[in-house]
Design a protein around this ligand. Structure first.
Ligand code: FAD
Length: 419
């Protein structure tokens, strides 16, 4: 389940006629996403089955053109075939660039893998917002686990996992000292890098993150410079800023050359419009809103020299791009905190690495994989297997992981039950 990350389709007659491609782009959009819908319907059910082979997945999709677009050719080829409008091309491409530093024509197809996971959710491509926010979801999971007899402990850092493949010992430390527990299976949702450190194994290839995250609380939504669109409508879907196709390519070029993008691309989601319960009732009644901005093409390496200075520079440049579309500066709408400071926080990949232990700030824990078995990569039967038979990945680092989906957890449970 994911809270956001869906590109808003230009559906209304107004948006259609205001595109340079006009009706043709609208028709192309429907046809392109018709293909994606077909792929979603056929691939999504496989995510909670044992990994299919590449050929089995291809047969299951049963559409060679769709297969070529997504699994064989860089996504840029299909985008340029289907669409002519730069804005539409860019909007489509963004789902391939979330947390992913790649060009539309990257021969590694990293962008295709990111795109695929963004358009197949639930078999429709729709992604859901958990009512009450992510905390409500994790509370429900914790309650279900406790009801089933689990003991949940927090503030315990695992320091070591020893295993002979059938019996394991996990050593951890907490405020009360160090201890070791024995287990038949160890399911790990920390990153594969963290797991390697725990077992003393070979660390996976590094794969840095590339996103810039800004969270904000507003007293009200800002008024838009474009009077044809109401702010509540504009922020209800995904609000794309500086994400034209050429702008994305330029930002990628600058970042590849070691510079922060001068026109930083980003997109914004307003979760409180979709679900006001993410705010307390009092703030919701006063019209407060949350905005969360996801910036693209800012790889961790750009912050290595001086994280604080790069963060401040990028935040200013990113907000300037947003302000260009607003009738009033965003800063006028930010709510103050108890000390009178504006409620805004910005996180670089290095911040996320330090605070959340995401390796290199990579929100997916590592580079995403296509959802099929790859013997050379040792993907195993469920995509959760590790070098140790009774140690399984149950988090984002598994094949078919990468998001808040629960899929790796399900698959790790299936793998453990199958042993
Ligand atoms: C800014 C941002 C935006 C995102 N947006 C979305 C989105 O819109 N939709 C979506 O689906 N996904 C999104 N994601 C990705 C999503 O958050 C992750 O895929 C998901 O959190 C992965 O869950 P996980 O349980 O596998 O790992 P994590 O949430 O990374 O949890 C692993 C935990 O293990 C802990 N840990 C590590 N080592 C140890 C140790 N030795 N001992 C004890 N604990 C340890 C870590 O501190 C961490 O708390 C986003 C991520 C970020 C950072």
């Amino acid at each position: 389940m994911r809270a956001c990350w869906s590109a808003a389709a230009p559906t209304g007659p107004g948006s259609r006629s205001r595109l340079t491609g006009g009706d043709k782009e609208f028709t192309s959009w429907q046809s392109f996403y018709g293909v994606m819908r077909l792929v979603a319907e056929r691939v999504f059910p496989t995510l909670t089955e044992p990994l299919p082979t590449r050929e089995a997945l291809r047969a299951r999709i049963g559409d060679e053109a769709a297969w070529r677009m997504l699994f064989e050719e860089p996504l840029g080829v299909a985008i340029e075939e289907y669409f002519t409008d730069d804005l539409v091309r860019g909007t489509v491409l963004t789902d391939a660039l979330i947390g992913t530093f790649a060009d539309a024509h990257d021969p590694t197809l990293l962008q295709n893998r990111c795109f695929l996971y963004h358009v197949i959710g639930g078999g429709t491509g729709d992604w859901n917002v958990p009512v009450g926010g992510m905390g409500a979801l994790t509370d429900a999971l914790a309650n279900a686990a406790r009801a089933a007899g689990a003991e949940i402990v927090t503030g315990h850092e695992a320091t070591r996992v020893d295993t002979d493949g059938s019996r394991a010992e996990v050593t951890f430390r907490s405020d009360t000292g160090e201890a070791t527990v024995a287990a038949r299976h160890v399911l790990v949702n920390a990153s594969p890098e963290a797991l390697a450190a725990l077992t003393g194994g070979e660390p996976p290839a590094p794969a840095e993150g590339a996103q810039f995250k800004v969270n904000m609380l507003l007293r009200r939504l800002p008024r838009l410079r474009d009077r044809c669109v109401d702010a509540r409508e504009a922020f209800a879907g995904t609000f794309h800023v500086a994400e034209g196709y050429r702008q994305l390519a330029a930002a990628y070029g600058e970042a590849s050359a070691g510079r922060l993008p001068s026109v930083p691309p980003s997109e914004i989601y307003c979760h409180s419009l979709t679900d006001p319960s993410v705010l307390g009732p009092e703030l919701a009644a006063r019209g407060y809103q949350t905005l969360t901005l996801f910036g693209l093409h800012t790889p961790a390496r750009l912050f290595a020299h001086d994280n604080g200075a790069a963060r401040a520079e990028l935040l200013a440049a990113t907000l300037a791009q947003l302000d260009a579309h607003l009738e009033e500066p965003l800063s006028d709408c930010l709510a103050p905190d108890a000390d009178g400071r504006p409620c805004i926080e910005a996180k670089t990949p290095l911040d996320l690495e330090r605070e959340l232990r995401l390796p290199g700030g990579n929100i997916f824990h590592r580079a995403l994989s296509f959802p099929y078995a790859d013997e050379s990569a040792g993907t195993g039967r469920w995509g959760v297997e590790t070098a140790h038979a009774n140690v399984l990945l149950c988090g984002a680092g598994a094949v078919r992981g990468g998001g808040v989906s629960g899929i790796p957890g399900h698959n790790a449970a299936m793998a453990a039950l199958g042993r």
